[in-house]
Design a protein around this ligand. Sequence first.
Ligand code: PLP
Length: 455
Amino acid sequence: MDHLDDSTGNPLNDLKNRFPLLNQVAAQEPVFWANPHWIPFNTAKDQAVFTINQVEAARSRWHRFRPYLASAFPEIGFPEIGDRKGHIDSPLVEISRMKGVLERYFSRDIQGRILFKCDNLLPVSGSIKARGGIYEVLKHAEDLAQEAGLIQPSDDYSILSGPQAKQLFKTHTIAVGSTGNLGLSIGIMGAALGFKVVVHMSKEAKQWKKDLLRTKGVRVVEYASDYSMAVREGRLQALKDKQTYFIDDEQSIDLFMGYAAAGYDIADQLNAMQITIDKDHPLFVYLPCGVGGGPGGITYGLKQIFGDHVHCFFAEPTASPCMLLGLMTQWHDRICVRDLGLDNQTCADGLAVGRPSGLVGKNLNTMISGVFTVDDAMLYQLLTLVNDHAGLKLEPSAAAGAAGPAWLARPEAQKYLDHHSVSSTMDRAVHIIWATGGSMVPDDEFEVYTLKGKQ
Ligand SMILES: *Cc1c(COP(=O)(O)O)cnc(C)c1O
């Protein structure tokens, strides 16, 4: 409680008096919270340190790397829209029967259409981290290669899979702290380019992820402590070596921009599906949240395109609602779930983060629509329902967004809908459940998940 001890009296009681919902959060009850700091995007955008130019620069960088990615990973690119070779993206699919399935499970009528963004199928590393993590590795490689005179932005980047680039990259190290998936993305891409990679894994990290990385020659350092500690250790060790570049999940703008470029992917896909988003057709997006970079970046990217017509809700485990705490109290990264007595123990390993990113919380303070929480039993059940009825293989973290449409149909959300003048247009709403990972989970492990879901 070192951060909360600086006020007089009992700081926790004081917080709970100011924010009564914290009593339920502390009792690990699932909650829905609408963000009172939300303001229209036209004003909100001027309060962030980032700009649209940075998102566009990220899109251009992804483009420049397509020839390299296509040559190093021929499996990248699915034929949904035009030529996608070397474009790391996932299908956006409407699964209409899931609406009835979710309605029955939650005993709620859900209005509008239900789509899944299948980042569980993202190539290379099978999770949303393929957006942010891989992007920052590519940017670092580009910086080094340009500095060394190996490439210019107008070149064909496939030369980066050649021997000269490998010679250069093998003298450099990339380090990262991770609960698993970020390490997987950065490890696989870093190793493919020829970098030395060190991944500092928190105790949540699954054994198969560590094993897979080791087969790629990645050094995996294991910690008995949580994610924040793994990041801190990684950061400290990286500081000691000039050739080591640390990818900072808590503070990196590059990582954030890699995620933000997904806004354009969604716009293209909705276009191709002839789905319009406007005042009469609101878009609701449900994003599982760990430290916040992934959902934060995607929210920022979507806001650039859809402005106030997109409503982004973050989904967190009841044991690790760090972004909820940070936003609600406005303490951001100065509060952690332990301050509230929560243990950060959840089956959603990708979301097992006790302290939110300050960068994301402070800059998206007025853009995020709200946060809801989901308990572990429900994560297993949602994962199983989505597998049975939509045929998608998700890890527990990735199932959290599936609770979103039902939360928005509950009385708790009515004030939000009224305030945003969408109550009467909900029958034309589009809900996107962001399925953030899972295709690489070993089958025997996945079977254990679904057994738990069926219990
Ligand atoms: C990391 C992760 C998230 C959340 O991303 P953050 O940047 O940590 O908020 C969601 N789902 C899965 C599967 C993840 O691995």
